[in-house]
Design a binder for this molecule. Structure first.
Ligand SMILES: NC(=O)c1ccc[n+]([C@@H]2O[C@H](COP(=O)([O-])OP(=O)(O)OC[C@H]3O[C@@H](n4cnc5c(N)ncnc54)[C@H](O)[C@@H]3O)[C@@H](O)[C@H]2O)c1
Ligand SMILES: O=C(O)CC[C@@H](O)C(=O)O
Length: 525
């Protein structure tokens, strides 16, 4: 039975789902060295934001098939390392959207009305009403940085509160911003105009310290900044400096550069609200993310696709379902052409032809690469790491489309250039989904792939087919089907044989000795 390690607290509903297919061990707050020690036992790892899945953890996870993040941000997982190792990384892109948005809005209103300080004061037996004069958000300007799922919800509620909305998101269309009632502006304008700035962006190279001294200097002295996205998008030292000097109005932070927050100047400030990464901490969100991610882990352990894999670009279950026969075709042809070319492959050209040319190329290309590398890497290559493995091996991948090619309802043409030569294959699907190899090295054929195959390049002359048949017979190899493809009579030709049995050692050199045979290749599919 598969084994799943749950290394952060997740809702029981997730454990129940995982238990349908696996032994589930819940071990939270594991020190990194302990995690590295036990991770080789596990097929899957499920976590929230506390566990750090470093390169060392990934590399120690030699049996890991999937890492599931019960939440959105995967920045606590070394995704490139997981990708290189062929481990699917999944998340729950929408399970905690509302929770995080509502936390940001709660922070905004709490800042405006001094709720945390007023609460503390009354609990200290005071009745201080003067100190806690607030401000209204109505008719104030809310600057939303990052108009994705959470940012959009914050904007909608901000609109309902009567706020004027500015937004900065270089990847969002004007139409989408208009729909939400936001005016898309550049960052400088947002910084200088906003009364409230709320951050809803991932932490990336571009967004690290987006809010730094320079940015803070452009803001209104009354501005209030809310960060329920990721620590590190704000330079905490700069923020503390501006807050202490009264150069900005206030801040509310749910996320920090280091978590848990250690010693920090932020704790000493009065005009700040701090929460310990609670954005996703609602009962509803925890159920949502637990179900979402546990179901994906269960599916992957059962050999099914994951619906929110962050490291299999373009290969969603919908695409997978639609393209499944073509993915199989691409893998088969990739595997075939790699064996024909032999040796080290330097370049693979993939051409989607006819109707297939109107399809999305990426999954088909990945499938062809997976097939190509399956000879060298066997089960180590999968849809996650195929492209990266090819790149690391210096294989140049060229994708092209040619809608003008006729025949079948679309075909796929692969050319591999390797250290031992250059070969090409074309394949298509019949109406019933069966694969046909329709062309080999530019010679037309029409054969289904089979486990054991023999291809020859020979001179089209009488007697040659018989000689090959007798030779195979003398080695007790049964021929299931045979076809010859040629361009001109008595010119060059190829012969494709599907065999019931593997070819014994040594037979290939006997075949190449037959008069008229120029080359012979055995292939196992
Ligand atoms: N505090 C919490 O507990 C909590 C909970 C959930 C999500 N989050 C975090 O909130 C953030 C937003 O999550 P989401 O679900 O809305 O993600 P999302 O992917 O839907 O939205 C992110 C948006 O940021 C935009 N963006 C990317 N780079 C940008 C840049 N340089 N400048 C401006 N915009 C940029 C993207 O175009 C996108 O629209 C993530 O960092 C996520 O990890 C935190
Ligand atoms: O797991 C959590 O509690 C935090 C989740 C949040 O940061 C996210 O990115 O989804």
């Amino acid at each position: 039975m598969a084994k799943v390690l749950v290394s952060d607290p997740i809702d029981q509903v997730g454990i129940d789902i995982l238990s349908q297919v696996a032994q589930v061990d819940v071990k939270t707050k594991l020190p990194p060295e302990e995690l590295i020690k036990i991770i080789p036992e596990y097929d899957a790892l499920m976590l929230r934001s506390e566990t750090k899945v470093t390169k060392e953890v990934v590399e120690a996870g030699t049996n890991l098939k999937i890492i599931g993040r019960a939440g959105v941000g995967v920045d606590n997982i070394d995704v490139p390392a997981a990708t290189r190792q062929g481990i699917v990384v999944v998340n729950s892109p929408e399970g905690n959207t509302i929770a995080a948005a509502e936390h940001a809005l709660a922070m905004m209103l709490s800042l405006s009305r001094h709720i945390p300080d007023a609460n503390l004061s009354i609990k200290e037996n005071k009745w201080d009403r003067k100190r806690f004069i607030g401000t209204e958000v109505y008719k104030k300007t809310l600057g939303v940085v990052g108009l994705g799922k959470i940012g959009s919800h914050v904007a909608s509620v901000g609109k309902a509160l009567g706020m004027k909305l500015l937004a900065y998101d270089p990847f969002i269309s004007k139409e989408r911003a208009d729909q939400l009632g936001c005016t898309l502006v550049d960052l400088d304008l947002l910084f200088s105009e906003a009364d409230y700035i709320t951050l809803h962006i991932p932490k990336t190279q571009e967004t690290a310290h987006l809010i730094n001294r320079e940015a803070l200097a452009k803001m209104k002295p009354t501005v209030r900044i809310i960060n329920c996205a990721r620590g590190g998008v704000i330079d905490e030292d700069a923020l503390a400096e501006f807050l202490a000097a009264g150069k900005i109005g206030g801040a509310a932070l749910d996320v920090f550069e280091q978590e848990p927050l250690g010693e920090s100047k932020l704790r000493e400030l009065t005009n700040i609200i701090l929460t310990p990464h609670l954005g996703a901490s609602t009962a509803e969100a925890q159920v949502n993310v637990a179900i979402d991610v546990a179901e994906q882990i269960r599916d992957v352990l059962l050999g099914l696709p994951a619906r929110s894999a962050v490291n299999i670009p373009g290969l969603t279950p919908d695409v997978m379902e639609k393209l499944r026969p073509y993915l199989q075709l691409a893998e088969t042809l990739g595997n075939l052409v790699a064996q024909l070319a032999g040796g080290r492959i330097e370049q693979l050209t993939i051409r989607l032809q006819g109707d297939l040319a109107s399809n999305e190329t990426q999954p088909i290309v990945v499938a062809a690469i997976k097939g190509l590398l399956s000879q060298a890497l066997r089960e180590r290559v999968n849809y996650v790491n195929a492209a990266i493995e090819a790149k690391e091996r210096g294989i140049r991948i060229i994708e092209t489309k040619d809608a003008s090619v006729r025949g079948y309802s679309g075909s796929l043409h692969l050319e591999a250039k390797g250290s031992m030569g250059e070969h090409s294959v074309t394949g298509a699907l019949l109406g019933n989904g069966e694969i046909r190899i329709t062309d080999l090295d530019e010679f037309p054929i029409n054969v289904p792939p089979s486990n054991y195959m023999l291809f020859t390049l020979h001179r089209d002359m009488p007697g040659i087919i018989g000689k090959i048949g007798s030779l195979l017979g003398s080695f007790n190899v049964n021929i299931a089907s045979m076809q010859v493809g040629r361009k001109i009579v008595r010119g060059d030709a190829v012969m494709a044989l599907s065999l019931d049995d593997p070819l014994p050692e040594g037979i290939l050199s006997e075949i190449t000795k037959v008069a008229g045979i120029r080359d012979a290749y055995t292939v196992k599919l």
